[in-house]
Design a protein. Sequence first.
Length: 262
Amino acid sequence: MDYRFNAGSIPLLVSMPHVGTDIPDDIAAGMAPAAVEKADTDWHLARLYGFLQEMGASTLSARWSRYVIDLNRPPENTNLYPGQDTTGLCPLDTFHREPLYLEGRQPSQAEVERRLAAYWQPYHAQLRGELDRLLSLHGKVVLWDAHSIASVVPRFFEGKLPDLNFGTADGASCERAMSDTIAAVARSDERYTVAVNGRFKGGHITRFYGKPEQGVHAIQLEMCQSTYMDETAPFGYREDLAADIQPLLRQLVQSAADWVRQ
């Protein structure tokens, strides 16, 4: 299977497009050593969000590494942040500019199209299908796009990121009342810094599927990995840190589900 999926009962779908770590053998054969470490993975998110099944939420998470194809980029490979540096649909380098492919082994356009069909489309077909199922049951649904990133990545931004970065495409992907509710919960815990539509405004999934006028309210949360794990290899999960933030994370997701059911 190209993804991991669990159907829930409440009007909430949590997508984790960057948790995948698998790379098909034929692709791995042309990759450089930096690809093996998979440093840009959204590590351990399924574990951190382990409360979702108990809540009754639907979950969809990637199997394949973002180095194979980035499920949170548009299929046309347009830049989501015009004028700013970003990685593409089939990344050629890591966040630290290390090449992902051996000389002459970068994917051709035909190979990109093949990966779109083989790996990108199945994930998005499942995502669309589950949104439609939940809409038919509830009339409204929250799409929560879950991400994490190293707290300091000089290529993309200066200094340390806020701990919790929410994106709603500058308010286009969900009603303002929902994002305000979630942000208020986040800010109630003064241990963590919060930004809304700062450096991260939501990727392709948030922007494309978030259609509040059609009942789909999408929000992206990009968490600093320093809040729950070691940011250097081997990228270990930190039970002590996770125990602090996990209750807040559950409150955040619960506030979204409660809002959409009002």
